[in-house]
Design a protein around this ligand. Structure first.
Ligand code: FAD
Length: 383
């Protein structure tokens, strides 16, 4: 009997980048990818720039699964959901169907946090976390003018900019007192908010969305402070969390994400994880740069050369072109102070400890160009 393939669950950026890296090292290794979605190769960050560029879901797709399978010389099973993993037997299950693996990689991403809202319009609340979600939302938005966005974090801010640029009237509702609360100090957040308001975006910061009801003219949204907003569609961008269901059922150690060591191995031999589902030495980073570093390291490990991943300086770009943002987030447990230089939309905020060491920064507007110089002062995230 031939050896079972390496199996990768997930064809997002983590899964496809890992397999591309592995193929560079080993043209022969049998690889099977399994995905619950349609398996098209796309760049998820493009989902929050698609309205401004007027791109359909089909236009954002870069390759079909058949093209990817041929290009990478692998088997891809799309529209196939892994329901269970039997670690001891090195076998996973697609419903009743067993599939053996030599090594298994979980690249199963993050799931959206669902809002709890009263009313009769639950089916009118959209989340946009993959290409199919994006396609469904675009179809629903056809001929509509008004969108209410729940959430003022990175994804909410990006959608607000993108959909306003795409011609929609936007209301943003979030139970926080500033935009991008976990990333920006207040002065930088105010600059971005001001820029978005210039595009016509209305902010309702503080209250929650408590009820959404259908009306003859669209939707009526009730906020927890009693305010009423008429809109056509609601997008929920209140958060993402690592998908843990398969790992929990398989008995793998989980915390906020699937717990892996620096070689990206889970608590079970021959099972690895990377991307949005993984927690690498205590860090859950739902961004592209960390998963690319993980893909390169894990490809070597799977090819027989155990390799620990390291993270360099990894700033986050918020795609709000009206007021661009670059952030090196400050870890919650770090002590220090912000020093802030703010002129209109251009804010340079540096967070330093008592020795003057730079621990993080937030740049907006024209100050974004200073990130290269500041990056040189920062320590790597995980050397
Ligand atoms: P995903 O792309 O979510 O892929 C998960 C895969 O697992 C899918 O193929 C799914 O079908 C499959 N799967 C899950 N469960 C199962 C199962 N049981 N059986 C079979 N298959 C399964 N990051 C940045 O760095 N810069 C940005 O500008 C940026 N912009 C973003 C904009 C938006 C709107 C969003 C939502 C995210 C953005 N991100 C950005 C984050 C970045 O896109 C993600 O970190 C990255 O795409 C995650 O890739 P992934 O492969 O880990 O997960």
């Amino acid at each position: 009997m031939s050896e079972a393939p390496i199996v990768v669950i997930g064809t997002g950026l983590a899964g496809y980048n890992l397999v591309k890296e592995l193929r560079k090292l080993n043209p022969e290794q049998a690889i099977t990818m399994i995905t619950a979605d349609d398996g098209r190769n796309y760049s998820k960050p493009m989902l929050s720039t698609g309205f401004g560029k007027n791109k359909s879901a089909d236009e954002l797709a870069m390759a079909t699964p058949a093209a990817m399978a041929e290009q990478l010389n692998i088997v891809i099973r799309s529209h196939s959901r892994v329901t269970h993993i039997d670690c001891a037997a090195h076998t996973l299950y697609l419903g009743e169907e067993p599939l053996r693996y030599s090594k298994l990689v979980l690249a199963s991403g993050a799931e959206v946090v669902k809002p709890r809202v009263e009313g009769d319009a639950e089916d009118c609340i959209y989340s946009i976390n993959d290409l199919s979600d994006y396609g469904r939302f675009r179809a629903a938005a056809e001929g509509k003018k008004r969108v209410l966005i729940m959430g003022a974090g990175l994804i909410g801010a990006e959608f607000a900019n993108d959909m306003a640029a795409g011609g929609f009237e936007i209301d943003v509702v979030a139970p926080c007192d500033q935009l991008l609360p976990s990333l920006l100090p207040p002065q930088a957040a105010a600059a971005v908010q001001h820029g978005l308001e210039g595009l016509g975006v209305r902010f309702h910061l503080g209250p929650l969305v408590s009820r959404i009801n259908k009306t003859a003219a669209g939707l009526q949204v009730t906020l927890s402070n009693g305010e009423l907003i008429d809109t056509d569609l609601v997008v929920s961008a209140i958060g993402l969390r690592p998908r843990l269901d398969l790992a929990v059922k398989a008995g793998l150690q989980v915390n906020h994400g699937i717990v892996v060591d620096r070689e990206l191995q889970t608590s079970e031999a021959d099972i690895y994880a990377l991307g949005d589902c993984a927690e690498v030495e205590g860090r859950v980073l739902l961004y592209v740069l960390p998963l690319m570093a993980c893909a390169r390291a894990l490809a070597k490990t799977l090819n027989g050369e155990p390799t620990a991943v390291s993270y360099g300086v990894m700033p986050v770009t918020v795609k709000t072109p009206v007021v661009p943002v670059a952030v090196a987030p400050v870890a919650a447990d770090q002590a220090g102070n912000w020093s802030i230089d703010a002129q209109g939309h251009d804010v340079q905020a540096e967070f330093r400890n008592s020795d003057g060491q730079l621990l993080g920064y937030a740049l907006t507007g024209a100050k974004v160009m200073n990130k290269v110089a500041l990056n040189k002062e920062l320590s790597p995230l995980m050397p």
